[in-house]
Design a protein around this ligand. Structure first.
Ligand SMILES: [Zn+2]
Length: 234
């Protein structure tokens, strides 16, 4: 997911009171969890052969897990990175095959691409939760899909939205990185779903922000936990 335009990080936080309304409009979406002492870091647009292993090392050093929303064609190019993500106990989800924009893509084409990306991530139909329900994770690129697309995907996957945007994609240089870290500390709550990008464009910012943010989370008594281990509000 990325902002509308470079520089736009709005809204940085989506208040909890709005989540039921958002879920009612976009069926099958998840905006936060009820975890009392965990947050959920998510990384979009990978896997990247250099940045993703670095992110994995940061998480491993603090014994934390995250959820990676992979672009299908990117995942097909770097299967060994995908394997590493899986081996280290993180969750995987789809982010369409070619980072399609929901508002500019027909419903069937979009749903097919979304399902295919989850299949590439190796998650579709693999895990079972509760009464034989299949669980899979999807995140719409740019955070944008239509109500019809969300409805069509709902029986197949939980569409993971967010309540905290790091804005890593819009930050430049040291000052930008500091602004990202400040924004994260201000808006993160227990149960927050936080958006980052393991894309080379965000490498410079992540190198500064991620270790400091993980250290701060630990100081708050919070850990990042992959979504499949998180309690989800119905
Ligand atoms: Zn994206």
């Amino acid at each position: 997911m990325k902002g509308l335009k470079s520089g736009a990080v709005w809204p940085a936080r989506i208040p909890r009171c709005l989540h039921p309304l958002l879920k009612a409009w976009w069926p099958g979406t998840l905006w936060s969890t009820s975890s009392p002492n965990a947050v959920h870091l998510t990384f979009d647009d990978g896997p990247d052969p250099e940045l993703t292993p670095w992110v994995l090392a940061q998480l491993q050093a603090r014994d934390m897990t995250a959820t990676f929303f992979v672009v299908g064609e990117q995942a097909q190019r770097h299967p060994h990175v995908l394997e590493q993500v899986r081996e280290q106990g993180h969750a995987l989800g789809g982010h369409t095959m070619r980072h399609e924009h929901g508002w500019r893509t027909g419903k069937q084409e979009y749903v097919t691409s979304a399902l295919q990306s989850m299949a590439v991530a190796g998650e579709l139909g693999v895990r079972q939760a509760g009464a034989g329900k299949t669980v899979a994770w999807f995140r719409p690129p740019y955070g944008k899909f239509t109500r019809a697309q969300a409805t069509a995907l709902a029986p197949h996957a939980t569409s993971v939205m967010w309540d905290v945007l790091s804005g890593d994609y819009a930050a430049k240089g040291q000052a930008g990185a500091e602004a990202v870290l400040k924004r994260l500390k201000r808006h993160t709550r227990a149960g927050s779903i936080v958006v980052f990008h393991d894309s080379p464009k965000c490498a410079e910012v992540l190198h500064t922000v991620l270790p400091a943010y993980l250290e701060w989370l630990e100081a708050q008594g919070w850990a990042s936990v992959a979504l499949e281990g998180a309690p989800v509000r119905s």
